[in-house]
Design a protein around this ligand. Structure first.
Ligand code: AP5
Ligand code: MG
Ligand code: ZN
Length: 215
């Protein structure tokens, strides 16, 4: 299963990708997670990326295209992968098409999570992530048993630096301008399925599974 999860910030790409990963035993490739790990490790690439991410802007195409090209060649991607947050611009999509052709791989599906803007803002302002294991929560829609503490590992829950409302609005604007055109790109390739991302987490997963069966 080789698929892309498309959708705006807060649409539920990460939440759904983790569930699909467990089900199909294929890796989630989140460029956002990879960049945040580079920021944490203090690499030069991480330092450059941090400035873009904190401003709600995109990291340059060449950086993320290189990351994904390397990642797709790792052994665990042989049976498939879930791309989360990549591609995000038409040049990234074109580069991905070229890389997959080189590797002799074909995408099975591009699933687009559709969510209203105000719901996205509410999801992102209420998102919390475990500092230790990375598990995601929402203070209202997916709360931990004890506020501020991870159910899985008792780690401390934190907010992402770019989940401040002003930065969220900027990310949504960048999405509209640079990422939305990708739906047309994949529709033309006959790969796009739109999914109603406004439902609760479990029903969105059911819709994704149904779309994958039909793909
Ligand atoms: P990235 O980390 O990819 O962030 P994003 O695209 O803005 O998406 P998010 O991770 O914020 O949202 P999500 O869709 O994963 O939602 P989640 O499942 O967490 O990118 C961050 C930055 O890195 C970018 O701004 C850019 O600078 C850089 N970057 C990354 N990739 C790049 C690329 N390819 N090119 C250039 N730059 C790149 O859910 C959100 C919340 O809602 C959670 O709290 C969750 O519990 C809750 N929730 C989920 N589903 C539901 C539901 N159905 N109902 C109610 N609540 C829900
Ligand atoms: Mg995410
Ligand atoms: Zn944890």
């Amino acid at each position: 299963m080789k698929l892309i999860l498309l959708g705006p910030p807060g649409a539920g790409k990460g939440t759904q990708a983790k569930m699909l990963t467990d089900r199909f035993s294929i890796p989630q490739i989140s460029t956002g997670d990879i960049l945040r790990a580079a920021v944490k490790a203090g690499t030069e690439m991480g330092l450059q990326a941090k400035a873009c991410m904190d401003a709600g802007a995109l990291v340059p195409d060449a950086v993320v295209v290189g990351i994904v090209r390397d990642r797709l060649q790792e052994k665990d991607c042989q049976a498939g992968f879930i791309l989360d947050g990549f591609p995000r611009t038409v040049p990234q999509a074109e580069a991905l098409t070229a890389t997959l052709a080189e590797l002799g791989k074909n995408l099975d599906a591009v699933l687009s999570l559709e969510v209203d803007v105000e719901a996205l803002v509410e999801r992102l302002t209420g998102r919390r992530t475990c500092r230790d294991c990375g598990r995601g929560y929402h203070v209202k829609f997916d709360p931990p048993q004890q506020a501020g503490i991870c159910d899985a590992c008792a780690g401390e829950l934190m907010q992402r630096d770019d989940d401040q409302e002003a930065t969220i609005r900027k990310r949504l604007e960048v999405y509209r301008e640079q990422t939305l055109p990708l739906a047309g790109y994949y529709q033309e390739l006959g790969l796009l399925t739109r999914v109603d991302g406004m439902q609760e987490i479990g029903s969105v997963q059911q819709q994704l599974l149904a779309a994958l069966q039909a793909a």
